[in-house]
Design a protein. Structure first.
Length: 371
């Protein structure tokens, strides 16, 4: 029997595959497995979600990821549905706020009045206009004196607005109306009604006085006397009249309204303080008090000071204008006895204005409560 002899490797047969294990060497030889059908690629099996404990609870995103905290507002508006006389009763209201604010207004106003006196003295030195040291007048020049007198009263306006913001921590506009601002369109309508009411009242008053044999003081002194005076009147009377309304119908009425649910005690006190601040006597006190009562009622009824400001400004401009036309500006600030016949014209003025304002307010659906 012939056995294979050592020698060179034999060539690979048909059932042998070339490869590393068929190469010359100790592992040469071997039979290849038959090729099977192609196998699909294996997809990775889905993995279960990681345990929550394995995840970090939070990550540090950097400084101020959400921004700084919002600043707290200093003034807080009244809640919705609040009547005008109750606008001072905000969530920040405390019993002492209206009292401290009132004291501050009085003290600062007195201090400013003294300062105005010093300014008047300096003006007198530089202009040569002599000062009058008797009565309520400051200057011998009636027009200059009227300007200083009206300017002093107008100082109440920023004081009252500032006290509402600083001591009561409420929007200053809450003194103007339930809309927290002065409603200019409504003010314009009230000015038109006031002009009609004042002209009718003045006409009735003049006729009543003349029929009673009393001089109504209707004269014409000429443009030279009239123009300087009417310029001062038109520039300062609106601020003087508005300041009185913000003080007596705004601050006082809302100050009492912070404690009381009914507006009538506040209206009464405001009208009494308004009458006491004037120098009228006799029937003049009745007129000023009735004016204050009507203005207070209209402020609450219409939800703001627009109607009171309109009548106050129009009445004062016409009254001062009549005096300026007569050339008797020296008596412009004099307040004393008023004949009872004059109250007839005042009653007509009050009735026409009050009825007219209420009709328009109802037709226009004027806002009377805060929102």
């Amino acid at each position: 029997m012939n056995e294979p002899q050592p020698g060179p490797d034999q060539a690979a047969g048909p059932n042998q595959l070339p490869g590393p294990y068929l190469a010359p060497g100790p592992y040469a030889g071997g039979t290849a497995w038959p090729a099977g059908p192609p196998q699909p690629l294996r997809q990775p099996l889905p993995q279960p979600p990681p345990h929550p404990a394995a995840q970090p609870q939070w990550s540090y995103p950097g400084p101020y990821a959400w921004g700084p905290p919002p600043r707290t507002r200093w003034d807080v508006p009244p809640p919705p549905g609040t009547r005008y006389d109750r606008l001072a009763r905000t969530p920040l209201h405390r019993w002492w706020r209206p009292i401290v604010g009132t004291v501050a207004i009085i003290v600062v106003f007195l201090a400013l009045s003294i300062l105005v006196g010093l300014v008047a003295f300096v003006v007198s030195l530089f202009t040569g206009v002599p000062m009058v040291r008797t009565g309520t007048r400051l200057f011998a020049d009636p027009v200059l004196d009227l300007g200083f007198q009206l300017g002093v009263i107008a100082l109440l306006l920023p004081l009252v607005l500032g006290a509402a913001w600083l001591f009561q921590r409420r929007p200053p506009g809450s003194l103007s109306s339930v809309a927290l601002r002065l409603r200019w369109r409504w003010l314009g309508a009230c000015l038109l009604v006031a002009l009609v009411a004042v002209v009718l009242g003045q006409a009735v008053e003049a006729g009543t006085l003349m029929s009673a044999g009393v001089d109504p003081g209707l004269r014409w002194a000429g443009w030279e006397e009239f123009l300087p005076a009417i310029i001062v009147i038109l520039l300062l009377v609106p601020f003087q009249s508005a300041a009185e309304e913000y003080a007596y119908r705004g601050w006082i009425i809302q100050g009492f309204g912070a404690y009381l649910r009914t507006p009538w005690p506040a209206i009464l006190v405001g009208a009494a303080a308004f009458a006491a601040s004037h120098g009228y006597t006799g029937w003049g006190i009745v007129y000023v008090f009735a004016f204050g009562m009507l203005m207070g009622w209209l402020a609450v009824r219409t939800g703001g000071l627009e109607a009171p400001i309109a009548l106050h400004v129009t009445n004062n401009v016409v009254a001062f204008g009549v005096v300026a036309a007569s050339g008797d500006m020296g008596s412009a600030m004099e307040q004393g006895e008023v004949p009872w016949e004059a109250l007839i014209g005042s009653a007509v003025q009050f009735a026409v204005f009050g009825i007219g304002v209420l009709i328009i307010a109802r037709k226009w659906a004027i806002q009377t409560l805060s929102r």
